[in-house]
Design a protein around this ligand. Structure first.
Ligand SMILES: [Zn+2]
Length: 164
């Protein structure tokens, strides 16, 4: 066992936890549970799993996760150059679901505005490189048919590159 490596990993994760606790303690109790529930949904495995379940239900194949594509799309279809992002309703400021936190208002406003700006930039960059970009709000995963239709349409609109 590499003791040094395990020590480093452990201390890095404790540092992270420590920072989260400091941030959490600046908030009221209800604010904290609101925020923490949303922090948990960041980068979110359950969001990804829900999307995978939709793909399976509708027989959508050929998706890949964790690929090295600019902006780190949640899913890509490499042959058709379709990139899919599932935007968390809190982190990306969903017009339907986002409720501004009651404390640290300026901090959250800046952070979410920055996220939205980055989303737009990434979409523009990928589109410029001939990717079709689909962005879904996290809440739209509750409508699997809607999501599946959009994805199927994007995939069928484009012939796979290596088909000929
Ligand atoms: Zn939403």
């Amino acid at each position: 066992m590499n003791l040094k490596a395990s020590f480093t990993t452990k201390s890095a994760s404790s540092r992270l936890r420590f920072r989260e606790i400091i941030v959490a303690d600046r908030m009221t109790k209800s604010q904290r549970s609101y925020t923490m529930s949303r922090i948990k949904s960041k980068g979110n495995q359950s969001t990804e799993l829900k999307t995978v379940a939709i793909f399976k239900e509708y027989g959508i194949k050929g998706w890949r996760r964790n690929q090295k594509v600019e902006g780190n799309p949640d899913f890509i279809f490499r042959q058709q150059k379709v990139a899919i992002f599932i935007d968390g309703c809190f982190w990306h400021g969903c017009p339907k679901c986002y409720i501004p936190p009651k404390s640290n208002i300026a901090y959250w406003e800046t952070k979410i505005a920055r996220n939205r700006k980055r989303d737009r930039t990434i979409t523009k960059v990928l589109t410029g490189k001939n990717w079709t970009v689909l962005r879904f709000w996290e809440h739209s995963l509750m409508r699997p048919k809607y999501v599946a239709n959009k994805v199927l349409h994007a995939l069928s609109a484009i012939e796979p590159i290596d088909k000929n």
